[in-house]
Design a protein around this ligand. Sequence first.
Ligand code: PGA
Length: 245
Amino acid sequence: MIKFFAGNWKMNKNKEEAATYMRKFKQLVQDTKSEIVIAPPFTLLETVSDACKGSKIKVAAQNIYFESDGAYTGEISSDMVKDFAEYVIIGHSERRKYFAETDEMINKKIKAALLAGLKVIFCLGENLTQREKGDAKKVVEHQLLGGLKDLNELNDIIIAYEPVWAIGTGKNATPEQAEEIHAFIKLQISKFYGKSMANGVKIIYGGSVNPENSKAILKMKNIDGCLPGGASLDPVKFSQIIHSV
Ligand code: PGA
């Protein structure tokens, strides 16, 4: 399977920084076969999407609201994002934690995104307490089924396993820990959607991925790519991660 890399810039960079980054990054990744996505903040969607023209790099928004339009001050709909991006990240743990997003809201957002024709990078993962209690799989299963509720197929969905305890902490899951959960997710998808759907869905890993650990992570059988945050802010580091396959 072709590997998939999405760089989540989170709440970082201004217009000039984004343009400089993109000029450099495009050159660094021009000969890779992997799929590459950059997820800038809303304010930079146009800058990044303009910079991506003529290259294979795609753009993702970091969030959307589930309503299509109306009086929702400060929110952005999937149709608005669609002008600039092909993908959207939904269910990131920072949205769950700081903005109280529930599985139900995430499910609504996934449906709205798919309806608008966006592809979804659907994030899930347990926190440290849940892992230490031995509940990682239970939590992941709950988030997976909650987020995908009522969906009949997963053709435009990429699943990102991001254990919360490994995000921005420098503490990444070992390749084996990640692989165990990825295999579990695949099994669950196979149970609910059938084997061929499960084999077609990409499951990527996120949580302190960097050029030093990416090679070992990407070697695992059920890890189809990565979602780096911090390391994706530097075009050289992100390209090194991409080149580690
Ligand atoms: P990190 O972020 O690579 O900085 O840990 C990953 C993410 O939150 O997507």
